[in-house]
Write a protein that binds this ligand. Structure first.
Ligand code: GLC
Length: 382
């Protein structure tokens, strides 16, 4: 059987979680193409994996639309983009299966797919619930998915439940947990080598956005004297105001000598293995949370808010502590418990590392997605 000719479509080209996953998935399809609305690091990563990159002629400016903001508000901009739909449809004709990796990409690819009649996979990286998205947006996305998507791939049971609760057809949903490449076996880097301070140190690793909850960690630090933190990640999708607010909070709470902003980094697992504990403070339901798995693989203890996929990834709290979302005191209590006796969490770290290797490897994810795509392609030719 000749391998399916696959066309990936993603709207942004900067690297946030969904794009990291796409770059991993794409390695299973070296002969595939990728249609992006803009140039950037994702394009370079995909081309390095042997994919043919196609950059939209009509995509200018779309990448700047805030990731979490209403698609409905973005519609006037998108509506002008009939040209973009035509471009996607044009590219799609030379492919067997279309694969949209973001909400905006799905919207336009769904229209293109109905023109060229190709099976369409939607890799949905969001929780389509009312706390994240408005009713209009949910109805639009679910309505399109139900009519046009052959499969909706989601990274967690939490995403699948939200999709079905919003009216999505259960039979098109496939849960394929995200996967991460295990770190190279290497001695733990010293703090000094990484330029990090000595003493109790936690890390938060995520793009800077209000619902990712970095501000809750800052408040928790106020309650845990002596604990420092590194904040890794940057404001990616128009979240600069939030970053300014975080820096102001650091000043107001007098945390200047304990909190270091490191920006976006490519050595996340090294940094994770050098801190004592990784904190995942999202205030809203997290669709997946790659950080959790990276920390588990790095054998570093995890404290995460109990919202969305964290509970399933952390095995109901057996692979990391779960705390109340948005509650700085609950987070502070978990950090105090941890720093009072870090050795008591060794078994939890071992369990977490084993669980991550077994369930959340990039190889497993690629295998699952390849099987799914080949099945759709076979259905089309058969
Ligand atoms: C999005 C989600 C995050 C998930 C990532 C990859 O960024 O917010 O939870 O880990 O996509 O699926």
């Amino acid at each position: 059987m000749t391998p399916a000719r696959l066309l990936f479509v993603n709207h942004v080209s900067s690297m946030s979680g969904a794009e990291f996953v796409l770059a991993q998935v794409a390695q299973a399809f070296p002969g595939a193409s990728a249609f992006l609305f803009e140039q950037g690091p994702l394009l370079a990563a995909l081309e390095a994996h042997g994919l043919r990159g196609i950059v939209a002629k009509n995509g200018a400016g779309l990448g700047g639309i805030k990731r979490d903001k209403s698609l409905v508000r973005a519609l006037p901009a998108l509506a002008k983009l009939a040209g973009l739909v035509r471009e996607i449809a044009g590219a799609a004709r030379a492919h067997d299966v279309l694969y949209a990796n973001s909400q905006k990409a799905f919207l336009l690819t769904a229209l293109a797919a109905s023109i060229v009649r190709r099976p369409l996979v939607w890799h949905l990286h969001d929780i389509l619930n009312p706390e994240h998205f408005g009713g209009m947006q949910r109805r639009l996305q679910i309505g399109l998915a139900n009519r046009v998507a052959t499969r909706v791939v989601v990274p967690s049971g939490a995403c699948a439940d939200a999709f079905v609760e919003a009216g999505g057809r259960p039979e098109i949903v496939a849960v394929v947990p995200n996967g991460v490449s295990p770190p190279q076996a290497a001695p733990r880097p010293t703090r000094e080598a990484l330029g990090l301070p000595e003493g109790p140190l936690v890390g938060v690793f995520s793009r800077l956005a209000h619902w990712k909850g970095q501000h809750v960690l800052l408040k928790a630090l106020h309650e845990t004297p002596g604990v420092g933190a590194i904040v890794v990640g940057s404001a990616l999708f128009g979240e600069e105001a939030y970053e300014r607010q975080l820096r102001a909070t650091v000043r107001e709470l007098g945390l200047g000598d304990r909190v270091t902003f490191l920006g976006q980094r490519n050595d996340v697992m090294r940094l994770m293995s050098a801190v004592d504990c990784v904190v995942h403070p999202s205030t809203l339901a997290e669709p997946f949370g790659l950080t959790l798995v990276e920390a588990m693989m790095a054998r570093t203890s995890v404290v995460a808010t109990d919202a969305g996929a964290a509970r399933e990834i952390l095995d109901d709290g057996r692979a990391g502590q779960l705390v109340t979302p948005g509650d700085a005191l609950s987070l502070a209590a978990a950090l105090k418990a941890f720093f009072a006796a870090p050795q008591d969490f060794a078994q939890q770290r071992d369990h977490a590392a084993l669980r991550a290797a077994e369930r959340y490897s990039a190889d497993r994810m690629r295998g699952d997605i390849r099987a799914l795509v080949e099945q759709l392609a076979a259905g089309r030719s058969g």
